[in-house]
Design a protein around this ligand. Structure first.
Ligand code: AMP
Ligand code: MG
Length: 314
């Protein structure tokens, strides 16, 4: 495994069917040529990802998206408004996309990531890049190159180091085949999407493997997570327990200390999102045997953060 900063080196590996973890504004993705079945198999293997869970394909422009998907006017308008950015659209797929990439679905998930290095890799190579989050299936997503190395270092060819991910939460996935439906909350808020296309339903989470991307247990930090309704409720319970084994992941005006990771003391949901996965990792790495946390206000990116916390605590 090589830690690299040269886009041309990343392109060389990808064109040879190898795996390169790539920085994006959301989380690091495990990149492979989406149209090369042999390369895509390697992604599923490296992640231990079940083959029923399809991959998001990353492109650099709406024109490139048209090579792999039917892009309706509505889809094009959403791409124009929000991309490059943390929005993935699920669209009817074109023949050229291998079934493996889409897990046999007639649709393909497409996104234009907002990171200069990865955009350069895609533009220069002309490749469409399948890139699920660069972590073993079911675990916390990586937001730095170091996280990728810790979790997948011996299973991939290289990591392109593009610094810490600015948003820190995966993309919002919007299915645009029939009635628009959000399959996963993420880095683009529900409010922003509704402002653009009106009321949209959020698909319910499920442990049914036929419902891709909606597994109720995910984002596992490696130790049990207990989720409280509010910071007040968490602190009330906390008074009467042995504190040495518990790391707290909180937001807002609360206590501080070496066992406490505050996502944002000023209640800023963007700041909280960018620190979420890092916080879960840090508490685990400090040796605590459990994490206590609480729901954030259910608005803006708070909704997507709550979704991650719920699944981490499942
Ligand atoms: P990841 O990139 O690992 O964070 O996950 C990508 C998510 O996109 C997964 O949860 C997939 O289930 C979802 N996804 C990818 N392609 C499709 C598709 N064609 N239809 C529905 N969901 C999809
Ligand atoms: Mg993932």
């Amino acid at each position: 495994m090589a830690l690299i900063t040269d886009c041309n080196e990343a392109i060389r590996i990808l064109k040879n069917g190898g795996l390169v973890a790539l920085p994006t504004e959301t989380v690091y993705g495990l990149g492979a040529n989406a149209l090369d079945e042999q390369a895509v198999v390697k992604v599923f293997n490296a992640k231990n990802r079940p083959s029923f869970d399809p991959l998001i394909v990353h492109v650099a422009s709406v024109d490139q998206a048209r090579l792999i998907a039917e892009v309706s006017d509505k889809a094009a308008a959403l791409f124009e408004r929000f991309c490059p950015g943390p929005l993935t659209l699920v669209l009817p797929k074109k023949e050229i996309v291998p079934d493996l990439t889409t897990s046999g679905h007639a649709t393909v998930a497409v996104r234009i990531p907002n990171h200069p290095l990865t955009l350069k890799v895609i533009k220069t190579s002309g490749l469409c890049i399948a890139a699920p989050s660069a972590n073993p299936f079911g675990y916390t997503s990586p937001t730095t190159a170091t996280h990728v190395i810790e979790q997948l270092g011996n299973r991939i060819d290289a990591v392109l180091d593009g610094g810490a991910c600015e948003i820190g939460l995966e993309s919002t996935i919007l299915e645009l085949t029939n009635k628009p439906r959000i399959l996963r909350l993420g880095g683009l808020s529900l409010e922003s999407i509704q402002d653009s296309i009106g009321e949209v339903k959020i698909a319910s989470s499920s442990s049914n493997p036929k419902a891709p991307g909606m597994l109720s247990s995910h984002y596992n930090p490696g130790i049990p997570v207990r989720l409280f309704e509010s910071l007040d409720e968490l602190l009330t319970q906390y008074k009467s327990v042995n504190k040495s084994s518990i790391g707290l992941l909180i937001m807002g005006d609360g206590p501080s200390g070496s066992n406490i990771y505050n996502l944002s003391t000023s209640y800023n949901d963007l700041e909280a999102a960018s620190r979420l996965f890092k916080g879960l990792r840090q508490l685990k790495n400090k040796g605590f045997s459990k994490i206590w946390t609480h729901y954030l206000p259910d608005k803006g990116l708070g909704r997507a953060i709550n979704d991650r916390l719920k699944r981490a605590a499942h």
